[in-house]
Ligand binder design. Sequence first.
Ligand code: SF4
Ligand code: SF4
Length: 140
Amino acid sequence: MRSNFNCRGCGHCCLNLVDAYQGCVSDADVQRWQKHGRDDLLQWMQTLDLGPGNQLHTVWIDPDTGDDVERCPWLLDKIDGSGHLCCINTVKPDHCRNFPEHRQHAAATGCRGYDDPAAPTAFGVSIDPPVSRKKPVSLG
Ligand code: SF4
Ligand code: SF4
């Protein structure tokens, strides 16, 4: 838990930092999704076998087209336009979970989560059961 940090749910990190949604996930992420039966997530990932004990898991890749996404498929838009929600918050990749790493990282990447520590936490919802994600959807 980072002290004096409150996510605003602005979606900036998910929308504008390409390595949030085009990059690699960890072995721990893959194991978490396997453990929770999240085939809906695993099908948006491709694994490159680089040799014994060395695998690269890349996300998010459209399972129908094989193309890299241009927006994270798990990002929801709030209907009132006030921000965004992650619909896989409890199982999201480690690199999302750990962003920003510290105050300086936030400042360097445009995250305002340290600006007002009294602001309410606003980001993250988990939808169960998992839903098929082909298009961005809105949530109230
Ligand atoms: S982590 Fe920062 S940039 Fe990302 S949604 Fe929260 S406040 Fe916005
Ligand atoms: S998985 Fe969630 S936190 Fe990560 S980029 Fe997508 S919407 Fe954002």
